[in-house]
Design a binder for this molecule. Structure first.
Ligand SMILES: [Zn+2]
Length: 280
């Protein structure tokens, strides 16, 4: 799933290409695509695209009177639509501009979970769906802010980092990379981190996000998860780039925790007896 850096760089890319174009039409290509009915997309017809923003893993396509909120979920993409075919593969929604260009939201795979919300421009995102309950953006936190969050949660840091209600924008890949960068066990309890450890975690989070953002900004389009650079994510069996020990994995149904035992757990090999990929 694209995370904060991928979404942020993509927002900047779309704003640079489509900013200033006038919306002529919005078309829902799937009946599940549009999640709201008021305000109507039509109210923005004739308005210029003022910008493209981001909150957590959501894109905000900003017109004068409404914002289109787009969540790509796992396999969603929002791209320039050169063909503009009647029934594009995986097509969910299309924004057509008065110069004839268009943006197309597609979603690969069977699970149709990506979608579009239309909200009044300038809405307070803390009190507007789909943002209600979303934690602060991971790149917006200072050290004290992160420490306050850690102190409130007696849970594994890997799970905390990925929980969008606690911290927005970090997913499975960044959680693996941040724990490795911080030289902390992914299973370390957030509440029990020392001041030195929480500072390492905060520094690692900032560095991992900044490096991913720099990589994404250098691309013409959003990377696929396999292309994204990293030290441990999806690198089970490879040597750890820091120490040369083998990168290990704890498998779950929907994600994998990758880590280096030498760097992160004092050599202890992690196993999760509470969950098994065969049972869950
Ligand atoms: Zn290592």
């Amino acid at each position: 799933m694209p995370e904060l850096p991928e979404i942020q760089a993509h927002a900047e890319r779309l704003a640079a290409e489509f900013g200033g174009r006038t919306l002529a039409r919005f078309t829902a290509l799937s009946f599940t695509a549009l999640k709201t009915f008021d305000p109507s997309p039509e109210s923005a017809y004739g308005e210029a695209l003022a910008g493209v923003g981001r909150r957590g893993k959501y894109l905000l396509v900003e017109l004068d009177s409404v914002w289109f909120v787009v969540h790509l979920m796992q396999g969603g993409r929002l791209k320039p639509d050169e063909k503009q075919s009647k029934k594009p593969m995986g097509g969910l929604a299309r924004w057509t501009f008065d110069d004839g260009s268009a943006l197309l939201l597609t979603e690969a795979g069977k699970e149709k979970r990506a979608g579009v919300w239309v909200i009044p421009a300038g809405s307070d995102l803390d009190t507007t769906e789909p943002f209600v309950g979303l934690g602060p953006d991971a790149d917006s936190l200072d050290l004290a802010g992160l420490r306050a969050i850690l102190a409130e949660h007696s849970m594994r840091i890997h799970g905390l980092l990925r929980d969008q209600r606690i911290l927005a924008g970090v997913g499975r890949r960044l959680a693996n990379e941040i724990c490795h960068r911080a030289e902390l066990s992914p299973f370390a309890n957030a509440k029990k981190l020392t001041d030195e450890e929480s500072e390492r975690l905060w520094t690692a989070m900032g560095e991992c996000i900044a490096e991913s953002l720099a990589y994404e900004r250098g691309r013409a389009d959003m990377s696929s998860s396999k292309e994204r650079p990293g030290a441990v994510h999806h690198r089970e069996g490879d040597p750890c780039p820091r120490c040369g020990d083998v990168v290990r994995a704890v498998e779950y149904n929907r994600y994998t925790v990758n880590y280096c035992a030498a760097c992160q757990t004092g050599g202890k090999v992690l196993a999760d007896n509470t969950t098994s990929k065969f049972l869950k």
